[in-house]
Ligand binder design. Structure first.
Ligand SMILES: [Zn+2]
Length: 244
């Protein structure tokens, strides 16, 4: 594993109150928003900053061999888990949208279905023109996360002034050195969210289907590891702002 934290001592403090609303958090899968920036979301909703959430995929591919949890059932469960987590983080129910795209197959804009997906993201964001967007880091090491980044960036051509802050999910788990921000590429921000650690931990744990205790008939299914959750709730969240 790459020693990512050596990159972060240069981080500048990000004050949640400095983020203009409406803030949109966009997640490729249910749970990415909680893992990547759940503490910041809790801070924003405490501050009363209008905060919206958009979920791209249905999350239905995490346990492909399960007979008890076929894709449709799993997708319904994951949507319910997503809502439960966002309840804990303080997001209004009427500020959430889910596009239900196929987990594991998010297209890039130039692939089949890509243009329609960009249009769907743009239609969602038009409900509350974004001032700030929290989106996956462009080289977060997961194909859906990288596709999501490009899809969202295309949709944001409509709102060029929107501030983009990129959260990381898999960087500290799987990154090669080329996945990291390169010197001078991005401002590395750190949000101090220690006081939200309990809420963030509880929001992550709403995703029971990903924690190994709910689905028992797919030994190859995805399990979110405890050491990853521990790192996620360590009290700091890194957000990367690329100088375009
Ligand atoms: Zn994800």
């Amino acid at each position: 594993m790459t020693d990512v934290p050596e990159f972060w001592p240069t981080a500048a403090a990000l004050a949640p109150s400095s983020l203009a609303g409406p803030v949109w958090v966009i997640a490729p899968h249910p749970d990415d928003e909680s893992l990547g920036c759940g503490g910041l979301l809790a801070e924003l909703t405490d501050l009363g900053t209008p905060t919206w959430a958009l979920l791209l995929s249905d999350g239905g591919a995490s346990h492909p061999a399960s007979a008890d949890w076929p894709r449709d059932r799993l997708a319904r469960q994951r949507l319910a888990e997503w809502h439960a987590g966002l309840d804990l983080l303080g997001l209004h129910r009427d500020r959430r949208l889910a596009l239900n795209l196929p987990d594991g197959r998010l297209p890039f804009p130039w692939q089949e279905g890509g243009a329609a997906t960009v249009a769907a993201i743009r239609s969602a964001l038009a409900l509350a023109a974004p001032a700030t967007v929290l989106l996956p880091w462009r080289r977060d090491p997961h194909p859906d996360h990288q596709a999501a980044h490009v899809l969202i960036s295309s949709a944001l051509e409509e709102w060029p002034a929107a501030r983009r802050l990129e959260y990381t999910v898999w960087l500290s788990e799987r990154a090669e050195s080329a996945d990291l921000p390169q010197p001078g590429e991005a401002t590395v921000w750190s949000a101090e969210v220690r006081r939200q650690a309990g809420r963030k931990d509880a929001a992550i744990r709403c995703h029971a289907s990903q924690l190994g205790g709910l689905i028992h008939d797919d030994p190859t299914g995805f399990v979110l590891q405890e050491d990853m959750i521990r790192r996620a709730v360590s009290g700091q969240e890194v957000l990367l702002e690329v100088r375009e």
